[in-house]
Design a protein around this ligand. Structure first.
Ligand code: ADP
Ligand code: ASP
Ligand code: MG
Length: 406
């Protein structure tokens, strides 16, 4: 019997009625084995994070994971119950029971291996297996979480462990669009997008998929099918695409609003400074994205500015302040009103002038660029959060993305 792996996101399991509709959808396909990964209902995880923040700016990481992983337990048990109530056979498994083993790094642990033997046993018994997304267990039996939005990754990792070639991600939009359709009304649904483009878009803040899910799907050659939890339509397939000629330079645009910058002002201009600073941040699992260094005072000192996600800002600031003292820097300045805007497209490799078009469109809209980074298929700019949406709309227009599939 073929096995299907699905993931239903927070909005899709947001109410008992929606959970019942998912149960119906699964029971309508009795010829398959089903492994269904679920997120926490609605905004449950945000509410759990807010509870932690009421207690502390830097809650104990082990207990933080123990708490914020619980939302998925609720939705998994409810879906399993709903299937049983409708006459089906189902069982819910948490991350540990599903054999999802992670590294020790709490809050952002990485899945290291999966032992799917319990899942296989339950499928053999004829059960729909409902697995909690987002959580795993360390070799020392501590509960971990794998980063916000991580249930997508849980599903892909299970698909890989079960040898399934397609993983269906059911969500509250009916596919991947040229940009967030909630912000740009004439964004276009993409029928297909390459792993590399989706990876850049996801990493740059297109919430629709967790970056690690795309990475893992690429690694195992699993096609991701992003589709609506409420409609039966085909969505967007993320897969390898082979073409000799890319028609368009830009495939999609991502806006990440919750960014922050930290600047270390007046650091001595000597070797090893950046290594010391970024090693300290890396040791604490803080992800750095854009970095810029500028000279001051006839090259005797520098200012190093970098971006972090706003979630990590307080922790990153405390670490940076400690390192800045040891380096003899003047001061650390933080700004949490930053957004990151990124254009992504495999086509830009062979098309000149893409950066110029982006900068011209931003200039025309009166938007100041703070930092810039590029890769082969991406250009990102840090800008003021207040103008983020206006800038996104300006770029969507400048690259004519509303006509992308016309
Ligand atoms: P889920 O709870 O199902 O995991 P998410 O909220 O994490 O859903 O992701 C879906 C949301 O991603 C959509 O509601 C949409 O606003 C947002 N989004 C951002 N960029 C895109 C894009 N390029 N295409 C589709 N959706 C996007
Ligand atoms: N519930 C978790 C979150 O809100 C994981 C997920 O939804 O993918 O981040
Ligand atoms: Mg999500």
């Amino acid at each position: 019997m073929g096995v299907r792996v699905y993931k239903f996101g927070g909005t899709s399991v947001g109410t008992v009625q929606k959970i019942q509709a998912i149960a119906d959808r699964i029971l309508a396909e009795p010829d398959y084995g089903h492994v269904v990964v679920v997120s926490a209902m609605g905004h449950t995880t945000d509410q759990l994070v807010a509870l932690c923040r009421e207690l502390s700016d830097s809650p104990d990481p082990r207990e933080y994971d123990a708490l914020i992983s619980t939302g998925e337990n609720v939705s998994a048990a409810l879906l399993s119950m709903a299937i049983i109530a409708k006459g089906g056979n189902a069982i819910s498994l948490n991350g540990a029971q599903a054999g999802i083993y992670t590294t020790n790094g709490h809050k952002r642990a990485t899945i290291q291996r999966v032992n799917p033997s319990r899942i296989h046993d339950e499928l053999t018994k004829g059960n729909v297996v409902v697995v909690t997304g987002f959580q795993g267990i360390t070799d020392t039996q501590d509960i971990t979480t794998i980063g916000r939005g991580g249930s997508d990754t849980s599903a892909v990792v299970l698909a890989a462990a079960l040898g399934v070639s397609e993983c269906h991600i059911y969500t509250d939009v009916d596919g991947v669009y040229t940009t967030d359709p909630r912000i740009v009304k004439n964004a276009q649904k993409l029928p297909v997008i390459t792993y590399d483009e989706m990876l850049e878009l996801a990493a740059m803040g297109a919430q629709v998929l967790h970056p690690r899910a795309v990475e893992c799907a690429k690694e195992h050659g699993i096609v991701l099918h992003v589709r609506s939890a409420f409609l039966l339509d085909e969505g967007t397939r993320i897969q390898e695409v082979h073409t000799m000629e890319w028609q368009r330079a830009v495939t999609g645009i991502a806006l990440k609003k919750d960014e922050a910058t930290l600047s270390v002002v007046g650091v001595p201009n000597q070797p090893g400074i950046a290594a010391t600073l970024f090693s300290a941040l890396g040791d604490h699992n803080v992800n750095i994205d854009m970095i810029i260094q500028s000279n001051e005072q006839q090259n005797t000192t520098n200012t190093i500015t970098f971006t972090v996600s706003e979630d990590d800002f307080l922790e990153a600031k405390a670490i940076t302040e400690t390192v800045a003292k040891t380096l003899g820097a003047d001061r650390v300045v933080g700004d949490t009103s930053i957004a990151k805007l990124s254009i992504v497209g495999v086509g830009m490799i062979s098309k000149p002038g893409v950066a110029a078009t982006m900068f011209r469109a931003l200039a025309h809209a009166g938007i100041n660029i703070r930092l810039i980074t590029t890769s082969d298929i991406k250009i990102s700019c840090a800008i003021d959060m207040a103008v983020g949406e206006a800038a996104l709309k300006a770029l969507h227009e400048a690259f004519d993305l509303a006509a992308a599939n016309a």
